[in-house]
Design a protein around this ligand. Structure first.
Ligand code: ADE
Length: 246
């Protein structure tokens, strides 16, 4: 996967891309990331990238010319064949499903907006997709771009060492994760659940599944509607409902 990131602040990305999983994915050649400074594509002595909004009002708007020029120069004859994603609060809300969809691409362009907004012509005639990372407003699209790169990179084959067990991969998909424990067995009086020390693998699998179901039922019942559930799962959820009623 190759990411082209267009930003006015390339320096913001250094730490995130140079540690841990992203660093290893890049070193292994599984991911390449090119940071492009939009200012380099602005014309004039002052290389201005923003201007006042037509119609008045506060704030500055990012001009269309440098952003169009950057994308056209970067993509060349690949223009039109590579998704151009604008990070914006008005985009479709990013989910694991969208991460999966985007991870199948060979190349992605991410445009980070700044200030009060980006000229509407970028939204309409340059971006092929608009993504938001949630219903809140950040100072710019840089952190959202980092979120996309991280979530997508983890899904590229070979990036995470061990592929997760098929059980966790598909079956548990759509639920919150079960709780994890490591040593010591008792920490400040709080013991690790007995079943995890039992060595009974089938019991452990069952306990984890039920914990995932319980957590999801308590905190994100909306996720249960789309999760893949077995008859045993449904029976356990009915039991939780009955407990709540009594
Ligand atoms: N730019 C500012 N806020 C944003 C958000 N929540 N998602 C994507 N881009 C943004």
């Amino acid at each position: 996967m190759h990411f082209d990131i267009l930003t006015l602040f390339p320096g913001l990305f250094a730490g995130v891309f140079e540690e841990s999983i992203l660093k290893r994915a890049r070193e292994a050649g599984l991911v390449t990331i090119a940071l492009h400074n939009i200012r380099d594509y602005a014309s004039g002595r002052h290389r201005i990238t923003d201007d006042l909004p037509y119609g008045g009002g506060g704030g500055m708007i990012m001009k269309p010319e440098p952003i169009f020029a950057a994308v056209e120069a970067i993509l060349g004859d690949q223009l039109g064949r590579v998704p151009v994603i604008l990070l914006t609060p008005r985009g479709r809300t990013f989910t694991q499903q969208i991460a999966r969809e985007l991870s199948r691409q060979r190349r992605l362009v991410l445009i980070c907006g700044r200030y009060e907004g980006v000229d509407e012509r970028v939204h309409q005639y340059l971006a092929t997709d608009e993504v938001s990372i949630g219903d809140y407003v950040l100072s710019g699209g840089e952190i959202p771009a980092m979120v996309l790169v991280d979530a997508i990179t983890r899904l590229i084959p070979g990036v995470l060492g061990e592929p997760t067990a098929p059980f966790e991969d598909s079956y548990a998909e759509g639920l919150l994760e079960y709780p994890h424990y490591t040593r010591p067995p008792v920490f400040r009086g709080h013991a690790v659940p007995e079943v995890l020390l039992s060595g009974n693998h089938a019991e452990i699998v069952r306990w984890r599944r039920q914990q995932a179901l319980r957590l999801t039922w308590e905190r994100r019942p909306d996720l249960l509607e789309r999760a893949r559930l077995t008859d045993a799962d449904r029976a356990y959820l009915r039991q939780l409902e009955d407990e709540r009623k009594s």
